[in-house]
Ligand binder design. Structure first.
Ligand SMILES: *Cc1c(COP(=O)(O)O)cnc(C)c1O
Length: 356
């Protein structure tokens, strides 16, 4: 295997790739409904929710769209401190919502007090925020943000994008008072792309019933009617659900806490290496991601040349995202990666620096 240290799509374990080759079942068959039901039950544990998890045939962005269409008649407060928070803002705008964009520097966390103030100035039906900004390697304190929202505006629904963190960093949806949490299959869950999971609290679904023009494909009220029968309104991605079922078993056998510790150790090792080589870390202390590290390219390393050096060695890292291209680079430590993989990568980057 040639490890990819990019934040999605990540490498998928061979056993999980194999799980997809199981023969098709009709998506409206008892056998399939059992698998669907089982996968949903296991997924709930990852989200820390007693409610429900929608298994959507889409990537994660589809569920960003579902959130704004289902939970907001008009008003959305979008917290933006990176590219994916920015995307959620754009998704809301393009769905015709009235959106307040609460912007922060990309190397600063979303400030719970600023969110509370924004809600006082302009009430909103939902707040959107990204837990782990994959573009910057910054983790936002979504628990504190939810608490601040509740204190000012208890009826506002808190919607969280956990695409690159769910299964890689703690998530306690119910305990933290989050109303909707979404993720994609191809990042911290280490599955092939094509599925998204959306955990939805009762009160969020009740709100959706009051919102007109939710569309069809991502109408959560419609999805719920099917889910109660362990099914979906449209054809389910059968092979990907086999993979999800198998991967959730693997994750729960490893243990969520053990998994978080594995990522934490890799994150700490990458940070320590970067600082020791005279690089800086993009995200501030206390808000650094467990699943992806953004390193400030203070040494002016040629990132394209670095990847050209790594590729024949079976590895690849990610350049900085958008405006941060070449100014930063990103090393992902999510999915199936281990500390040994990270050591191999860092030794190769050292070799590259020595030849430079
Ligand atoms: C990758 C990513 C997305 C987009 O997910 P898709 O599955 O590509 O639609 C959204 N948010 C975050 C934080 C991401 O890392």
């Amino acid at each position: 295997m040639s490890p990819m240290f990019v934040p999605g799509p990540v490498d998928v374990d061979a056993e999980i790739l194999q799980a997809q080759t199981r023969p098709m079942l009709p998506h409206r068959s008892k056998e399939y409904e059992e698998i669907f039901h089982r996968a949903e039950n296991k997924a709930r544990r990852l989200f820390g929710t007693q409610y429900r998890v929608f298994i959507s045939t889409s990537s994660g962005t589809g569920l960003q769209e579902a959130a704004v269409r289902n939970f907001a008649r008009e008003r959305v407060l979008a917290c933006v401190n990176g590219a994916f928070g920015g995307r959620w803002h754009d998704v809301a705008v393009s769905n015709g919502k009235q959106v307040v964009r609460l912007e922060f520097e990309w190397n600063q966390p979303v400030d719970p007090q600023a969110v509370a103030e924004a809600l006082r100035a302009q009430p909103s039906e939902i707040v959107t925020v990204v837990q782990n900004e994959t573009s910057t390697g910054l983790q936002n304190p979504v628990d504190e943000i939810a608490a601040a929202v509740r204190a000012v505006s208890p009826e506002t629904l808190v919607c969280v994008d956990a695409v690159s963190s769910l299964g890689g960093a703690p998530m306690e949806m119910d305990a933290w008072g989050l109303d909707f949490v979404l993720t994609s299959s191809q990042k911290a869950l280490a599955l092939p792309p094509g599925l998204a999971l959306g955990a939805t609290a009762d009160r969020a679904l009740e709100k959706a019933e009051q919102v007109p023009d939710r569309g069809w494909y991502f109408d959560l009220v419609r999805l719920e009617k099917s889910r109660l029968k362990n099914s979906t309104p449209a054809t389910s991605a059968v092979s990907l659900v086999y993979a999800l079922d198998a991967q959730l078993d693997r994750i729960l056998v490893e243990g969520l806490q053990n998994r978080f510790v594995r990522y934490q150790r890799m994150a700490e090792r990458v940070r320590e290496w970067a600082l020791a080589r005279g690089f800086e870390l993009y995200a501030p202390e206390g808000y650094r991601s467990r699943t992806v590290t953004t390193v400030v390219n203070t040494r002016g390393m040629d990132i394209a040349a670095l990847n050209a050096f790594l590729l024949p060695r079976g590895m690849r890292i990610a350049n900085g995202y958008g405006p941060l291209k070449d100014k930063t680079f990103r090393i992902a430590h999510m999915g199936e990666l281990t500390l040994d993989d990270i050591e191999t990568l860092l030794a190769s980057i050292d070799e590259f620096l020595a030849t430079g």
